[in-house]
Design a protein. Structure first.
Length: 244
């Protein structure tokens, strides 16, 4: 198979929704850009604007730099004669992902992108968790998923990797029934009550205020058993523990 590199005015490097390491990209059989290092790593949506693509010099000037595997594959591609088919483009999936049963989730740290955890399902990314540091009061771990309701794919901000992974997994479960106003109902299962946690207490992070923390009488809760998520100012919120 001939490798066709994505080249925007001499800039072939771009970061992704999975993190801030810069990858080089090729066009797959469907004409979509995918990373040289792995078939299911795609550039963030902002790369449709040319200013999101970067030169190697700019990528190397950032903290995370360029993906080492992409650099090796790009060097091999550059050294090959034009008529010579490129070597296999895809890195093997992690063994736990290969061994997983259909529909099973696998949560693994990304080996070449410290601070990033991938939630795998059926050999693809069900979601990505980025560690934004302990100073983040809204929740240290940012969860992204292609099934998130927000247009930017953000599924929420959480205090732990486990909470973020649970939020991502819940997006792939069969949808819960909705009320007449389209809202997801509060978890009503008495047996689930011990697993309820307050994800955001007395605040919200609405897009209308730029995603900043805004005080509110309502808190965001999540059920660890069924994945339900809702906001409430009921008295039981005060005795419900915060997410770990």
């Amino acid at each position: 198979m001939t490798t066709t590199l994505v080249n925007i005015d001499g800039r072939i490097w771009a970061s992704t929704h999975s993190g801030f390491v810069f990858h080089a990209f090729r066009l797959n059989e469907d004409g979509n850009p995918v990373a040289l290092c792995r078939k299911n790593v795609i550039p963030r949506s902002g790369t449709t604007r040319h200013d999101w693509w970067s030169t190697a010099e700019f990528a190397d000037s950032t903290i995370n730099g360029r993906c080492e595997r992409c650099v090796v594959k790009l060097d091999a591609h550059t050294a090959a004669a034009p008529a010579t088919p490129a070597a296999a483009d895809d890195e093997p999936l992690p063994q736990p992902v290969q061994d997983a049963a259909p529909g099973e989730f696998v949560v693994l740290p990304e080996t070449d992108n410290p601070g990033t955890t991938i939630v795998w399902r059926d050999g693809d990314h069900a979601g990505v968790i980025n560690d934004e540091g302990p100073a983040m009061t809204r929740g240290r771990y940012a969860a992204w998923s292609p099934r998130a309701a927000r247009r930017d794919g953000v599924a929420g901000f959480f205090a732990s990797v486990d909470e973020a992974a649970a939020a991502i997994k819940s997006l792939w479960n069969p949808p819960r029934p909705t009320g007449r106003n389209g809202a997801t109902p509060t978890c009503r299962e008495r047996a689930h009550r011990p697993t309820w946690r307050v994800v955001v207490r007395n605040a919200n992070y609405s897009a209308f205020n730029g995603g900043r923390r805004t005080p509110s009488p309502y808190s965001q809760l999540r059920c660890g058993a069924c994945g339900a998520s809702w906001r409430s100012k009921a008295a039981y919120v005060e005795t419900t523990p915060d997410a770990a």
